[in-house]
Design a protein around this ligand. Sequence first.
Ligand code: NAD
Length: 360
Amino acid sequence: HKVRDFIYNGQPSRVVFGAGSLAHLEREIDLLGARRALILSTPEQSQQAQMVADRLASRAAGIFPRAVMHVPIETAREARELAQKLGADCAVAIGGGSTTGLGKAIAMESGLPILAIPTTYAGSEMTPIYGITEAGLKKTGRDSRVLPRTVIYDPELTLTLPVGMSVTSGMNAIAHAAEGLYAQDSNPVMDLMAEEGIRAIAQALPAIRRQSDDLEGRTNALYGAWLCGSVLGNVGMALHHKLCHTLGGSFNLPHAEVHTVILPQAIAFNADAAPQAMARIGRALGGQGGASAAAGLFDLACDNGAPVSLRDIGMKESELDRAADIAVSNPYWNPRPFGVAQRGEIRQLLQNAFEGIRPA
Ligand code: NAD
């Protein structure tokens, strides 16, 4: 076993994990030196935001319960203005990637520290990556100021995440880990986290499907989400994430579902170019029946009732050509190169994803 050269950067964030850990919220706000928290949520989670405000009592400056998908610049501006008006000295984001994303948009301009309380498995809370949508265009970038300072992972808050979203969100998390395993800038720490993250989520999803409030399953899934999110925050992503950004951004397909459908196809495309990553993914999935990593991921989604075809999540077949053009026009690094010269292969990958074909 040969250790290769690597660079590893630790990210400065504090993680508090465990069922009931929301009880530590006040202590964590104190440790940030904050006294006036602006609480962020989507409209659907405004009750959870209110619960956080009640808990913080006089240290809650206000609630902004209007986070939406893709962080529109108008919403970000409104939230920033409210933070300023209320004299907020930290933002508490309770919810999924959309809510964390709004917190990041505030932090980017104001430097306000974010305390994130994730309730999905998307993993944004562990990354310095932000996204903001202006005039229909989503811009993304990296800025260390947007990395949440503190993350409270409380599995009890995820019991209400519907089973369908739990499975696709779990596949979204696995995608970060799977691509991290063949990243150009991978390192041994992230490899360990990625393999363990995939294992934790793959074990959790069937348990959650059987019983959506199974606390052990929920705890495993959130643990996996932390691991996979850390991988996303530390190493570069490749073909899979490029395709998902293309399909989500230009064709407005739902984020977690797109990840679920594309992942097995992208992994199949990269299989021969990244045998060690495939071995780790296969091992993490339990290697049942000698299935390939790609087929194992397909089965994990399919067996747990998630969509496996683009057709089923609202993509039109007539748009596949344009999607292939966009994806190859500005490719990311990938273990198997994909650029204009590989346009035919990428178009075929998208066709397979459209039809939901189980990879070999
Ligand atoms: P989301 O945040 O859009 O949430 C989807 C819906 O589920 C919302 O209505 C939300 O209120 C609801 N919800 C969340 N948790 C719930 C719970 N426990 N119970 C009941 N309802 C709940 O979805 P997401 O998949 O978490 O995030 C997707 C977004 O995050 C995308 O825009 C994506 O680009 C972004 N993202 C960014 C990063 C990053 O590093 N910057 C990483 C991953 C995802």
